[in-house]
Ligand binder design. Structure first.
Ligand code: B3K
Ligand code: ZN
Length: 853
């Protein structure tokens, strides 16, 4: 495979100010004519290079006349235009959407046609340079059978429509805003719409539409509310107004990722649109709100200002994730949102940064760009924006973003452009800060307290670990929020302080304390780093109870639990009483802030415990985590039962307080179940049966799924019968079984893969079963390697059909260095078996070969 390097970027030789696309739609054959008005941009004459993927040109015309001066080079089309400065180049091709199992380009899903172009899917629809720095105005005409495709949508505004011959009809759409090809979209199908309106800050009316299949309309209200809130929020917080007369969203069930921000026509995975209390959990509701906001925010951070090349992906993704995180924080509880975001970062990004696939948020090279839609580019990218926002403060950050949008509107920009706007708008020197774009790996801060008389200091030593291709690292600039407390309450406390780290070793004064102060550090997770600071259980318990920053209270309790679990795994009993005491103390706040309490008392995941160890021992981790869970369950049995004894809030109540109470009930049930009390399966089954919504129902089902009670089988059966026709809910049925802590989970997953409702054609179903399974540490890492084999079998079976989704399943196998020798050998053997498959995709080849290094 060819490696593309960031340093090789060259501006395009041809620009394409206008494009006219003409579609004659059919599920099995769609005829596409693309008319590109090209203008030479380079000084020296160069032929026109148009990328193609799986396309055969049936005719080429230049300025209306048949043209023979073209050739195919691989799958690309080279048109020699002599010394012309401008021309209209027209190419005809026929594509088969029904055969498009990759779900990239134009494809069929349940009888409808839809597109996915980012990153390089447009070339599967029409020959085109297909690079984000070529921006064009699009005019799209589509015609098709009126019965099969009553609804015809594309980007921008509808200009004209009419009837054709033989039961056909047509529509003409025009998007006035120049855009790169990856933002093109088309949808044709039998859809119904939830319509609404939004009036922008300057008083323009925008017509909103959410398009779904008949029968799903009742489940679109939450998405619509989220859309209107997002539009308002972006006006208030960033001064960004929507810029078209319409904004359409279409939901499709076969989709490779969450959603896509096509200009004026977002296309969504149904998972992030459809929600009602009977079928969606509170977490699903939050997912809908967050993704609707994310895609909407892209209209400015991504569409109006786009990326020069794909190495700049974090320019739009990191910034937009930061924007959607801030939005969700404003809609609900900010501390709880921060806890959730940090949990995701630690679960998905830290391991990536510590493994063979580590890359900076602005990568230096790739073989297949689809492999770089990663937690690093997205979530670490968002942390990097957040750090700049913290360093600048809200007002200067807003000046910086205003400058960025004003300066680069209509352009394809770079990460460097963004940083420069922050520097100028915020009047700050970010030279050293730019290392966050260059260096991979999670920085580690080693902390020690020092004392001179009664003056206390914090000594910080920063290291950035080596990562593939980057052996030596320079120190990063980062904001570190901290506070210090006198634990006896007597002396002075150091109030919330923002320190800026720049050096390898740095001393921060804390003030005068008569005794060693309790340190609250990296408050709000001000920098995406690992803090290495040894503290006694008593100090952590004190902070968990008294720190005035809720995130820091959460961190203290998590650290206490983590220390206890890591010690237990290496056979050392320590801290268990302190953990139980701190959980009990935290639970006293349950009535005031149940959502926070639920997050705080949750034990760290098995994977995160493993991340703290030199060699991960999945079985010991499972055992010790269950043991601690059982001990907390038994010691606080009265408290858990009291939480469950109160009536659950009605499922239709989606206020943060109601969601928090349901979350805490789920946590209480899990603790009680771990304690092994005989009545728990009955209790869980009662909750399952009486639940008036999916949050309670799924929590009870997941708890039952860990055990082997009769109630388990019964509940799974009821759930299946009730929801077998609802694909999104059926995904949950697969998922809870793949999550199970039972010893036979590998065999159960293998069995489920043969279930009549399992299919490789639907990425949601694949992720529900195998994605959940790969995250079930003890099951996936079963000592005989059966879990590895199962995942590798999936990758091999899925790759010919959908390489993008197949490649996403590989990283768990790439973590082999973290495990014992026997497991290492088994994991590597599976990666090698994948690589030995003939005809492997570029996507899987890159991920599997890098994972072996
Ligand atoms: N920009 C898309 C992701 C496209 C992924 C292509 N492999 C969704 C998003 O981040 O909003
Ligand atoms: Zn995005």
């Amino acid at each position: 495979p060819v490696t593309i390097h960031r340093g090789d970027y060259r501006p395009p030789e041809w620009q394409i100010p206008d494009i006219a696309l003409d579609f004659e739609l059919g599920i099995e054959a769609t005829r596409v004519t693309a008319a590109l008005s090209v203008v030479r941009a380079a000084a020296a004459p160069a032929p026109l290079l148009l990328r193609g993927d799986g396309l055969t040109p049936s005719a080429v015309r230049v300025d209306g006349a048949v043209w023979n001066d073209w050739r195919l080079e691989g799958s690309d089309l080279i048109v020699d235009l002599g010394d012309r400065q401008a021309a209209t180049v027209e190419v005809d091709a026929v594509i088969d959407p029904s055969a498009n199992t990759q779900l990239m380009g134009l494809y069929a899903s349940n009888g409808m046609l839809c597109t996915q172009c980012e990153a390089e899917g447009f070339r599967r629809i029409a020959f085109h340079p297909d690079r984000p720095d070529v921006l064009s105005r699009y005019r799209v005409r589509m015609a098709g059978d009126k019965a099969a495709f009553p609804i015809l949508l594309s980007n921008g505004n509808i200009i004209e429509s009419g009837e054709g011959e033989g039961g056909t009809h047509w529509a003409l759409w025009e998007d006035p805003w120049p855009k790169p090809s990856y933002l093109f979209a088309l949808v044709a199908g039998d859809l119904v719409v939830n319509r609404d309106r939004f009036t922008t800050m300057s008083g323009r009316a925008v017509e909103l539409g959410i398009w779904v299949r008949a029968g799903d309309l009742d489940r679109t209200h939450h998405a619509m509310t989220a859309l209107k809130h997002s539009m308002k929020w972006d006006e208030e917080v960033y001064g960004r107004e929507y810029d078209l007369d319409r904004f359409n969203i279409v939901a499709v069930s076969d989709f490779n990722m969450g959603a896509m921000e096509n200009k004026g026509l977002n296309i969504f995975n149904t998972r992030y649109i459809l929600a009602d209390p009977d079928t969606a959990t509170d977490a699903d509701y939050d997912g809908v709100e967050g993704v609707v906001a994310h895609e909407y925010f892209h209209n400015w951070s991504g569409n109006r200002v786009t990326c020069r090349d794909w190495f700049q992906l974090s320019l739009k993704e990191g910034f937009t994730v930061y924007r959607d995180q801030s939005f969700s924080a404003a809609m609900g509880s900010a501390p709880v949102k921060r806890i959730e975001d940090v949990r995701v970062l630690r679960a998905a990004q830290f391991p990536e940064d510590a493994g063979p696939l580590a890359h900076p948020i602005r990568p230096d090279s790739y073989q297949e760009i689809s492999n770089f839609y990663t937690a690093t580019v997205y979530n670490k990218g968002a942390e990097v924006i957040r750090m700049m926002a913290t360093l600048l403060g809200p007002e200067r950050f807003r000046k910086g973003t205003d400058l960025y949008f004003a300066r680069h509107d209509g352009e394809a920009a770079t990460c460097e452009d963004f940083v420069r706007a922050m520097e100028e708008g915020g009047d700050i020197d970010l030279s050293q800060f730019r290392r966050w774009y260059e260096q991979a790996g999670t920085p580690k801060l080693h902390l020690a307290l020092a004392q001179e008389g009664e003056d206390w200091f914090l000594d910080v030593t920063q290291t950035v670990p080596p990562t593939p291709g980057q052996d030596d690292k320079a120190p990063m600039m980062m904001p570190l929020r901290l506070a210090a407390f006198a634990m006896d309450g007597s002396g002075a406390a150091l109030p919330d302080t923002l320190a800026t780290l720049t050096d390898v070793v740095q001393r921060i004064p804390l003030g005068r304390f008569t005794a060693r102060p309790a340190l609250s550090v990296n408050r709000g997770f001000s920098a995406p780093v690992i803090v290495d600071y040894e503290r006694a259980p008593g100090e952590l318990a004190w902070l968990a109870a008294h720190d005035d920053d809720p995130f820091a209270r959460y961190e203290a309790l998590q650290q206490l639990m983590l220390d206890t679990l890591v010690a237990a795994v290496s056979g050392e009993a320590k801290g268990r009483e302190a953990v139980i005491g701190a959980v009990a103390q935290t639970l006293t706040g349950a009535a005031d802030d149940p959502a926070f309490v639920a997050e705080a008392v949750l034990l760290p995941s098995e994977a995160f415990i493993g991340d703290q160890m030199v060699t991960v021992d999945p079985d010991a981790i499972r055992r010790e985590r269950l043991a601690l869970q059982a001990a907390i369950g038994a010691a606080l049995e009265r408290e858990w039962r009291a939480i469950l004894a109160q009536a659950a809030p009605p499922a239709t109540d989606l206020t943060p307080a109601a969601k928090g109470r349901r979350r805490l009930r789920g946590v209480a049930l899990a603790y009680l179940a771990a304690s092994g009390k005989g009545d728990v399966p009955g209790l869980a089954f009662a909750i399952f049966s009486n639940a008036d919504g999916m949050t309670e129902r799924q929590a009870a089902l997941a708890t039952l799924a860990h055990g082997d009670s009769d109630e388990r089988a019964h509940a799974l059966d009821i759930f299946y019968q009730r929801y077998r026709d609802n694909p999104l809910v059926l995904d949950k049925w697969f998922q809870v079984q793949a999550w199970s802590q039972r010893a036979d989970t590998v065999a159960a997953v293998a069995e489920l893969a043969r279930h009549a409702d399992f299919t490789l054609a639907n990425p949601n179903r694949v992720r529900a079963l195998y994605g959940a399974f790969a995250g079930n540490q003890a099951a996936f890492h079963q000592a005989d390697g059966a879990g590895y084999r199962l995942l590798a079998d999936l990758v091999i079976a899925l790759d010919p059909r959908n390489p993008q989704t197949a490649a996403r399943m590989i990283p768990p196998l790439g973590r082999w260095k973290r495990f014992d020798e026997a497991r290492q050998a088994l994991m590597k053997a599976e990666l090698e078996r994948i690589l030995a498959q003939p005809g492997l995709s570029r996507d899987v080849t890159e991920q599997a070969s890098k994972s072996l290094m």
